[in-house]
Design a protein around this ligand. Structure first.
Ligand code: SAH
Length: 350
Protein backbone atom coordinates (compact mmCIF):
# COMPACT_ATOMS: atom_id res chain seq x y z
CA UNK A 1 0.00 0.00 0.00
CA UNK A 2 1.33 3.39 -0.97
CA UNK A 3 0.84 5.32 2.27
CA UNK A 4 1.54 8.75 0.81
CA UNK A 5 -1.24 8.60 -1.75
CA UNK A 6 -3.82 7.64 0.89
CA UNK A 7 -2.65 10.57 2.99
CA UNK A 8 -3.10 12.82 -0.03
CA UNK A 9 -6.71 11.68 -0.33
CA UNK A 10 -7.27 12.53 3.35
CA UNK A 11 -5.71 15.92 2.67
CA UNK A 12 -8.02 16.82 -0.23
CA UNK A 13 -11.00 15.70 1.81
CA UNK A 14 -9.90 18.06 4.58
CA UNK A 15 -8.45 21.04 2.67
CA UNK A 16 -10.12 20.70 -0.77
CA UNK A 17 -6.71 21.49 -2.23
CA UNK A 18 -3.32 19.98 -3.04
CA UNK A 19 -0.18 21.36 -4.65
CA UNK A 20 0.46 20.68 -8.33
CA UNK A 21 3.13 18.11 -7.41
CA UNK A 22 0.76 16.39 -5.02
CA UNK A 23 -1.99 16.16 -7.65
CA UNK A 24 0.51 14.67 -10.08
CA UNK A 25 1.70 12.14 -7.53
CA UNK A 26 -1.89 11.22 -6.71
CA UNK A 27 -2.73 10.61 -10.37
CA UNK A 28 0.38 8.47 -10.80
CA UNK A 29 -0.48 6.43 -7.70
CA UNK A 30 -3.84 5.17 -8.91
CA UNK A 31 -4.49 1.58 -7.80
CA UNK A 32 -7.81 -0.22 -7.31
CA UNK A 33 -7.54 0.13 -3.54
CA UNK A 34 -6.79 3.86 -3.73
CA UNK A 35 -9.74 4.27 -6.11
CA UNK A 36 -12.15 2.57 -3.73
CA UNK A 37 -10.75 4.52 -0.79
CA UNK A 38 -11.38 7.87 -2.51
CA UNK A 39 -14.72 6.80 -4.01
CA UNK A 40 -16.10 6.14 -0.51
CA UNK A 41 -15.12 9.62 0.59
CA UNK A 42 -16.51 11.18 -2.59
CA UNK A 43 -19.84 9.42 -2.09
CA UNK A 44 -19.99 10.62 1.49
CA UNK A 45 -19.30 14.21 0.42
CA UNK A 46 -21.90 14.08 -2.35
CA UNK A 47 -24.53 12.48 -0.07
CA UNK A 48 -24.09 15.19 2.51
CA UNK A 49 -25.11 17.81 -0.05
CA UNK A 50 -27.33 16.07 -2.60
CA UNK A 51 -28.51 12.98 -0.69
CA UNK A 52 -29.41 10.13 -3.03
CA UNK A 53 -30.73 12.43 -5.78
CA UNK A 54 -29.42 12.26 -9.32
CA UNK A 55 -30.26 15.15 -11.63
CA UNK A 56 -31.09 14.64 -15.28
CA UNK A 57 -30.52 16.99 -18.22
CA UNK A 58 -32.08 16.58 -21.64
CA UNK A 59 -29.29 16.96 -24.18
CA UNK A 60 -30.36 18.45 -27.50
CA UNK A 61 -27.62 18.30 -30.13
CA UNK A 62 -28.72 21.27 -32.18
CA UNK A 63 -26.11 21.24 -34.96
CA UNK A 64 -23.04 19.32 -36.10
CA UNK A 65 -21.90 22.15 -38.34
CA UNK A 66 -18.71 23.64 -36.93
CA UNK A 67 -16.24 26.29 -38.01
CA UNK A 68 -13.55 24.83 -35.76
CA UNK A 69 -11.16 22.02 -36.44
CA UNK A 70 -10.32 20.47 -33.06
CA UNK A 71 -8.10 17.48 -33.86
CA UNK A 72 -9.98 15.10 -31.56
CA UNK A 73 -13.53 15.83 -32.62
CA UNK A 74 -15.59 13.91 -35.16
CA UNK A 75 -17.57 16.97 -36.26
CA UNK A 76 -14.47 19.11 -37.00
CA UNK A 77 -14.82 21.13 -40.18
CA UNK A 78 -12.22 19.10 -42.09
CA UNK A 79 -14.21 15.92 -41.70
CA UNK A 80 -15.70 15.72 -45.17
CA UNK A 81 -17.48 12.47 -44.34
CA UNK A 82 -19.72 13.98 -41.68
CA UNK A 83 -23.31 14.38 -42.83
CA UNK A 84 -24.19 17.82 -41.57
CA UNK A 85 -27.48 18.95 -40.05
CA UNK A 86 -28.92 21.69 -37.93
CA UNK A 87 -32.17 21.87 -35.98
CA UNK A 88 -34.68 24.66 -36.43
CA UNK A 89 -36.30 26.57 -33.61
CA UNK A 90 -39.43 24.44 -34.06
CA UNK A 91 -37.43 21.20 -33.85
CA UNK A 92 -35.75 22.37 -30.64
CA UNK A 93 -38.97 23.54 -29.02
CA UNK A 94 -40.62 20.24 -29.81
CA UNK A 95 -37.70 18.31 -28.24
CA UNK A 96 -38.16 20.40 -25.09
CA UNK A 97 -41.90 19.70 -25.03
CA UNK A 98 -41.25 16.00 -25.25
CA UNK A 99 -38.54 16.22 -22.61
CA UNK A 100 -40.80 18.12 -20.27
CA UNK A 101 -43.37 15.33 -20.40
CA UNK A 102 -40.64 12.83 -19.54
CA UNK A 103 -39.68 14.81 -16.43
CA UNK A 104 -36.75 16.89 -17.66
CA UNK A 105 -36.42 20.34 -16.08
CA UNK A 106 -33.10 21.28 -17.67
CA UNK A 107 -32.46 21.42 -21.40
CA UNK A 108 -28.92 21.53 -22.69
CA UNK A 109 -28.49 22.95 -26.18
CA UNK A 110 -25.16 21.74 -27.50
CA UNK A 111 -23.63 22.08 -30.92
CA UNK A 112 -20.73 22.86 -33.14
CA UNK A 113 -19.83 26.51 -33.65
CA UNK A 114 -22.40 26.96 -36.37
CA UNK A 115 -22.61 30.56 -37.57
CA UNK A 116 -26.30 30.14 -38.36
CA UNK A 117 -27.00 30.59 -34.64
CA UNK A 118 -26.42 34.31 -34.48
CA UNK A 119 -27.31 36.08 -31.27
CA UNK A 120 -30.74 36.98 -32.54
CA UNK A 121 -31.51 33.42 -33.67
CA UNK A 122 -30.23 31.83 -30.46
CA UNK A 123 -31.74 34.43 -28.12
CA UNK A 124 -35.09 33.87 -29.78
CA UNK A 125 -34.81 30.10 -29.23
CA UNK A 126 -33.76 30.52 -25.58
CA UNK A 127 -36.58 32.92 -24.78
CA UNK A 128 -39.13 30.68 -26.52
CA UNK A 129 -38.01 27.73 -24.37
CA UNK A 130 -38.15 29.82 -21.22
CA UNK A 131 -41.63 31.11 -21.95
CA UNK A 132 -42.93 27.63 -22.77
CA UNK A 133 -41.26 26.17 -19.65
CA UNK A 134 -40.63 28.88 -17.06
CA UNK A 135 -39.84 26.25 -14.43
CA UNK A 136 -36.93 24.85 -16.46
CA UNK A 137 -33.27 25.77 -16.75
CA UNK A 138 -31.62 26.28 -20.11
CA UNK A 139 -27.97 25.36 -20.45
CA UNK A 140 -25.99 26.35 -23.51
CA UNK A 141 -22.93 24.52 -24.80
CA UNK A 142 -22.27 26.32 -28.06
CA UNK A 143 -18.59 27.06 -27.80
CA UNK A 144 -16.67 30.33 -27.80
CA UNK A 145 -18.58 33.55 -28.36
CA UNK A 146 -18.04 37.20 -27.54
CA UNK A 147 -18.77 38.56 -24.09
CA UNK A 148 -21.53 40.64 -25.62
CA UNK A 149 -23.08 37.53 -27.10
CA UNK A 150 -22.92 35.65 -23.80
CA UNK A 151 -24.56 38.65 -22.12
CA UNK A 152 -27.38 38.79 -24.68
CA UNK A 153 -28.04 35.07 -24.26
CA UNK A 154 -28.05 35.41 -20.49
CA UNK A 155 -30.50 38.31 -20.74
CA UNK A 156 -32.76 36.23 -22.94
CA UNK A 157 -32.98 33.62 -20.18
CA UNK A 158 -30.06 31.17 -20.43
CA UNK A 159 -29.11 29.97 -16.95
CA UNK A 160 -25.99 27.89 -17.40
CA UNK A 161 -23.11 27.50 -19.87
CA UNK A 162 -20.88 24.52 -20.42
CA UNK A 163 -17.51 25.17 -22.00
CA UNK A 164 -14.90 22.58 -21.25
CA UNK A 165 -11.50 24.20 -20.88
CA UNK A 166 -10.11 21.06 -22.61
CA UNK A 167 -6.63 21.48 -21.10
CA UNK A 168 -5.26 23.87 -18.50
CA UNK A 169 -1.76 23.41 -19.91
CA UNK A 170 -1.11 25.84 -22.74
CA UNK A 171 1.27 23.57 -24.64
CA UNK A 172 -1.01 20.58 -24.34
CA UNK A 173 -3.96 22.71 -25.45
CA UNK A 174 -1.97 23.65 -28.57
CA UNK A 175 -1.39 19.98 -29.39
CA UNK A 176 -5.14 19.32 -29.41
CA UNK A 177 -6.20 22.36 -31.43
CA UNK A 178 -5.11 24.12 -34.61
CA UNK A 179 -3.22 27.43 -34.37
CA UNK A 180 -6.24 29.63 -34.88
CA UNK A 181 -7.79 28.40 -31.65
CA UNK A 182 -6.49 30.04 -28.56
CA UNK A 183 -6.11 28.86 -25.01
CA UNK A 184 -6.34 32.46 -23.80
CA UNK A 185 -9.65 33.03 -25.53
CA UNK A 186 -11.12 29.82 -24.11
CA UNK A 187 -10.30 30.93 -20.57
CA UNK A 188 -11.46 34.48 -21.32
CA UNK A 189 -14.83 32.96 -22.21
CA UNK A 190 -15.03 31.06 -18.92
CA UNK A 191 -14.29 34.16 -16.84
CA UNK A 192 -16.74 36.27 -18.87
CA UNK A 193 -19.48 33.68 -18.37
CA UNK A 194 -18.84 33.64 -14.64
CA UNK A 195 -18.91 37.45 -14.38
CA UNK A 196 -22.12 37.72 -16.38
CA UNK A 197 -23.87 35.49 -13.86
CA UNK A 198 -24.15 32.07 -15.49
CA UNK A 199 -23.67 28.83 -13.61
CA UNK A 200 -20.53 27.79 -15.47
CA UNK A 201 -19.13 24.40 -16.38
CA UNK A 202 -15.56 23.61 -17.41
CA UNK A 203 -13.94 20.22 -17.96
CA UNK A 204 -11.62 18.09 -20.01
CA UNK A 205 -11.19 14.73 -21.68
CA UNK A 206 -9.38 11.97 -19.81
CA UNK A 207 -6.75 10.12 -21.83
CA UNK A 208 -6.62 12.71 -24.59
CA UNK A 209 -3.61 12.49 -26.91
CA UNK A 210 -0.31 13.62 -25.33
CA UNK A 211 -1.97 14.03 -21.92
CA UNK A 212 0.38 13.34 -18.98
CA UNK A 213 -0.25 13.17 -15.21
CA UNK A 214 1.30 16.66 -14.99
CA UNK A 215 -1.32 17.99 -17.41
CA UNK A 216 -4.09 16.41 -15.37
CA UNK A 217 -2.57 18.02 -12.27
CA UNK A 218 -2.91 21.42 -14.00
CA UNK A 219 -6.53 20.65 -14.82
CA UNK A 220 -7.24 19.76 -11.20
CA UNK A 221 -5.47 22.89 -9.98
CA UNK A 222 -7.54 25.00 -12.35
CA UNK A 223 -10.76 23.35 -11.12
CA UNK A 224 -9.65 23.96 -7.53
CA UNK A 225 -9.18 27.67 -8.18
CA UNK A 226 -12.06 28.29 -10.60
CA UNK A 227 -14.61 26.28 -8.62
CA UNK A 228 -16.94 25.62 -11.56
CA UNK A 229 -20.61 25.03 -10.82
CA UNK A 230 -20.45 22.06 -13.20
CA UNK A 231 -17.54 19.97 -14.38
CA UNK A 232 -17.70 17.72 -17.44
CA UNK A 233 -15.02 15.09 -17.63
CA UNK A 234 -15.19 11.99 -19.77
CA UNK A 235 -12.90 9.58 -21.55
CA UNK A 236 -11.37 10.58 -24.87
CA UNK A 237 -12.65 8.15 -27.51
CA UNK A 238 -11.13 8.29 -31.01
CA UNK A 239 -13.20 9.10 -34.06
CA UNK A 240 -12.14 7.30 -37.25
CA UNK A 241 -12.14 10.50 -39.34
CA UNK A 242 -9.76 12.42 -37.09
CA UNK A 243 -5.96 12.34 -36.85
CA UNK A 244 -6.06 10.88 -33.34
CA UNK A 245 -6.50 7.14 -33.62
CA UNK A 246 -5.56 5.55 -30.34
CA UNK A 247 -7.28 5.31 -27.01
CA UNK A 248 -5.11 4.79 -23.96
CA UNK A 249 -5.55 1.89 -21.57
CA UNK A 250 -7.08 2.38 -18.15
CA UNK A 251 -9.15 5.40 -19.15
CA UNK A 252 -12.33 4.13 -17.49
CA UNK A 253 -10.61 3.69 -14.13
CA UNK A 254 -8.79 7.01 -14.42
CA UNK A 255 -12.00 8.88 -15.29
CA UNK A 256 -13.83 7.41 -12.30
CA UNK A 257 -10.88 8.20 -10.04
CA UNK A 258 -10.83 11.81 -11.24
CA UNK A 259 -14.57 12.14 -10.67
CA UNK A 260 -13.89 11.25 -7.03
CA UNK A 261 -10.98 13.69 -6.82
CA UNK A 262 -13.09 16.51 -8.25
CA UNK A 263 -15.95 15.74 -5.86
CA UNK A 264 -13.54 16.14 -2.94
CA UNK A 265 -11.95 19.30 -4.36
CA UNK A 266 -15.36 20.93 -4.62
CA UNK A 267 -18.07 18.87 -2.89
CA UNK A 268 -20.95 21.04 -4.20
CA UNK A 269 -20.06 20.68 -7.88
CA UNK A 270 -22.61 19.29 -10.34
CA UNK A 271 -20.72 16.38 -11.84
CA UNK A 272 -22.09 14.43 -14.79
CA UNK A 273 -21.41 10.80 -15.42
CA UNK A 274 -20.96 11.32 -19.16
CA UNK A 275 -22.23 9.54 -22.24
CA UNK A 276 -18.62 8.82 -23.19
CA UNK A 277 -18.21 6.91 -19.94
CA UNK A 278 -21.31 4.88 -20.79
CA UNK A 279 -19.88 4.29 -24.26
CA UNK A 280 -16.62 2.67 -23.15
CA UNK A 281 -18.26 0.46 -20.53
CA UNK A 282 -21.82 -0.80 -20.40
CA UNK A 283 -22.13 0.12 -16.75
CA UNK A 284 -19.89 3.19 -17.08
CA UNK A 285 -22.75 5.49 -16.18
CA UNK A 286 -23.36 3.72 -12.88
CA UNK A 287 -19.63 3.50 -12.17
CA UNK A 288 -19.44 7.27 -12.55
CA UNK A 289 -22.25 7.79 -10.05
CA UNK A 290 -20.58 5.38 -7.65
CA UNK A 291 -17.41 7.47 -7.95
CA UNK A 292 -19.15 10.71 -6.96
CA UNK A 293 -21.04 11.98 -10.02
CA UNK A 294 -24.60 13.23 -9.51
CA UNK A 295 -25.85 14.18 -12.98
CA UNK A 296 -26.77 12.23 -16.14
CA UNK A 297 -27.58 13.75 -19.51
CA UNK A 298 -29.78 11.50 -21.64
CA UNK A 299 -30.11 12.27 -25.32
CA UNK A 300 -33.20 14.26 -26.24
CA UNK A 301 -32.21 15.03 -29.84
CA UNK A 302 -34.55 13.86 -32.60
CA UNK A 303 -33.62 10.18 -33.30
CA UNK A 304 -32.80 11.01 -36.93
CA UNK A 305 -29.85 13.26 -36.00
CA UNK A 306 -28.42 11.47 -32.96
CA UNK A 307 -25.99 9.33 -34.94
CA UNK A 308 -24.86 12.34 -36.96
CA UNK A 309 -23.72 14.19 -33.86
CA UNK A 310 -20.78 11.87 -33.73
CA UNK A 311 -17.99 13.41 -31.68
CA UNK A 312 -16.39 9.97 -31.32
CA UNK A 313 -16.92 6.42 -32.57
CA UNK A 314 -19.71 4.11 -31.34
CA UNK A 315 -21.54 6.78 -29.38
CA UNK A 316 -24.50 5.26 -27.56
CA UNK A 317 -27.80 7.02 -28.16
CA UNK A 318 -30.57 4.45 -27.76
CA UNK A 319 -31.98 2.48 -24.82
CA UNK A 320 -31.42 4.13 -21.46
CA UNK A 321 -29.10 6.60 -23.13
CA UNK A 322 -32.08 8.12 -24.94
CA UNK A 323 -34.37 10.42 -23.00
CA UNK A 324 -37.25 8.18 -24.06
CA UNK A 325 -35.56 5.32 -22.18
CA UNK A 326 -35.77 7.27 -18.94
CA UNK A 327 -37.75 4.55 -17.16
CA UNK A 328 -34.99 2.06 -17.86
CA UNK A 329 -32.41 4.53 -16.63
CA UNK A 330 -34.42 5.18 -13.47
CA UNK A 331 -34.45 1.46 -12.73
CA UNK A 332 -30.70 1.16 -13.23
CA UNK A 333 -30.00 4.12 -10.99
CA UNK A 334 -32.37 2.77 -8.36
CA UNK A 335 -30.53 -0.55 -8.39
CA UNK A 336 -27.36 1.20 -7.27
CA UNK A 337 -29.17 3.07 -4.50
CA UNK A 338 -29.91 6.44 -6.11
CA UNK A 339 -32.97 8.26 -7.35
CA UNK A 340 -33.56 10.28 -10.51
CA UNK A 341 -35.59 13.37 -9.70
CA UNK A 342 -37.74 15.83 -11.65
CA UNK A 343 -36.06 19.09 -10.67
CA UNK A 344 -34.02 21.87 -12.22
CA UNK A 345 -31.10 20.61 -10.18
CA UNK A 346 -29.23 23.83 -9.55
CA UNK A 347 -25.98 23.76 -7.63
CA UNK A 348 -26.50 23.81 -3.86
CA UNK A 349 -24.15 26.27 -2.21
CA UNK A 350 -24.52 26.67 1.50
N1 SAH B 1 -18.70 23.26 -29.64
C1 SAH B 1 -18.96 23.14 -28.22
C2 SAH B 1 -19.38 21.74 -27.83
C3 SAH B 1 -18.30 20.74 -28.03
S1 SAH B 1 -18.76 19.06 -27.88
C4 SAH B 1 -17.74 23.60 -27.47
O1 SAH B 1 -16.74 23.93 -28.07
O2 SAH B 1 -17.80 23.66 -26.25
C5 SAH B 1 -18.61 18.81 -26.16
C6 SAH B 1 -17.34 18.14 -25.66
O3 SAH B 1 -17.16 16.88 -26.24
C7 SAH B 1 -16.05 18.86 -26.01
O4 SAH B 1 -15.84 19.94 -25.15
C8 SAH B 1 -15.01 17.75 -25.86
O5 SAH B 1 -14.37 17.80 -24.58
C9 SAH B 1 -15.83 16.47 -26.00
N2 SAH B 1 -15.33 15.66 -27.13
C10 SAH B 1 -15.08 16.05 -28.39
N3 SAH B 1 -14.51 15.05 -29.11
C11 SAH B 1 -14.42 13.99 -28.26
C12 SAH B 1 -13.88 12.67 -28.38
N4 SAH B 1 -13.34 12.24 -29.52
N5 SAH B 1 -13.94 11.86 -27.29
C13 SAH B 1 -14.49 12.28 -26.15
N6 SAH B 1 -14.98 13.52 -25.97
C14 SAH B 1 -14.95 14.37 -27.01
Amino acid sequence: MNEISFKLVDKIERDHALSLDEYELLVKSLTPSLASYIAKKAIKARKRIYGDRVFIRGLIEISNICKNDCYYCGIRRSNKNARRYRLSKEDIISCCGEGYKLGFRTFVLQGGEDMYYTDSVLCDIVSAIKSAHPDCAVTLSMGERSRQSYKALYDSGADRYLLRHESADKEHYALLHPHEMSYDNRFRCLYDLREIGYQVGCGFMVGSPYQTPAHIASDLKFIESFKPDMCGIGPFIPHHDTPFAAMSAGTLELTCFLLSVIRLIYPNVLLPSTTALGTIDKSGREKGILSGANVVMPNLSPPSVRKKYELYDNKICTGEEAASGIEQLKDKIKLIGYKIVTERGDIIKK
